[in-house]
Write a protein that binds this ligand. Structure first.
Ligand SMILES: [Zn+2]
Length: 250
């Protein structure tokens, strides 16, 4: 079995802002450890990635993100309640740790009886939930981090290489993970496969080598994009952001 924290360790190395259960203030720290013996996943790498949405308030700061994770923990179907999903990702690209890898979550049941899938999909895949509501933006940064999480699962051996990404709505009579996420699903899967093919989720232009001036320019552009009123203006700013992100390190 791979290391339980292998995914989060790899994400951190690749520069993703991550918060462990302890860091976001989980009230059930011992329950996740106990679940390792009561609800273990089968030993082989899992077959699927599942994408969900928490349908909770969008969080913009680290503090509200931590509070969001604590709130989602109380909704868990396990007893005592634990986060149903393995991973939570905000649209700022922040990662909050959920249920342990190697533990069964309580996220995906094949209520629609879609063949040839089995009924309890919790033991065949790991779930990531976008921590937000259906009308909140699914951002480029979030798409990238989600793809990095899925790729990290495959690169660390928790999930089979090339495993498909399925939206919850495929199996349940729900809108989950929302139309905005559905619109980015193919892109997420493509990015995930690109990372796995490269064998790494490390950025090609790490922020530390991109330099402070560029980071500052990016920050200002993103602020401008947020405040821009016209679609043409937003598109122009988006192109500028893209150009900066493509600058290669020295
Ligand atoms: Zn769902």
């Amino acid at each position: 079995m791979p290391q339980r924290n292998a995914v989060i360790d790899l994400l951190r190395k690749a520069g993703v802002e991550c918060y462990t259960r302890k860091e976001w203030g989980s009230k059930q720290l011992a329950a996740y450890i106990k679940r390792r013996s009561t609800h273990p996943m089968p030993p082989a790498p899992a077959k699927y990635h599942f994408l969900h949405i928490t349908v909770t308030n969008d969080t913009d700061t680290v503090l509200t993100g931590k509070a969001g994770a604590r709130q989602i923990e109380t909704f868990g179907l396990s007893s005592p309640p634990q986060v149903s999903y393995q991973d939570l990702v905000t649209n700022e690209g922040r990662y909050f740790q959920g249920q342990d890898y190697g533990n069964k979550g309580t996220h995906t049941v094949n209520d629609k009886r879609v063949p040839p899938f089995s009924r309890d999909l919790n033991q065949e895949g790991y779930a990531l939930a976008l921590m937000q509501n259906v009308n909140d933006a699914v951002t480029d940064k979030q798409v990238r981090v989600v793809a990095m999480v899925f790729a990290a699962r495959e690169l660390t051996g928790w999930v089979r290489k090339g495993a498909p990404v399925y939206p919850h709505r495929k199996f349940a009579w729900k809108g989950c993970p929302g139309d905005k996420a559905m619109a980015r699903l193919a892109e997420i899967e493509r990015l995930k496969n690109d990372f796995v093919k490269k064998g790494t989720i490390m950025p090609t232009q790490p922020t530390e080598t991109r330099g402070k001036a560029l980071d500052e320019a990016l920050k200002n552009l993103r602020l401008a994009k947020k405040n821009a009123k016209s679609a043409a203006r937003i598109a122009k700013i988006q192109r500028a952001i893209k150009a900066i992100l493509e600058i290669k390190p020295k």
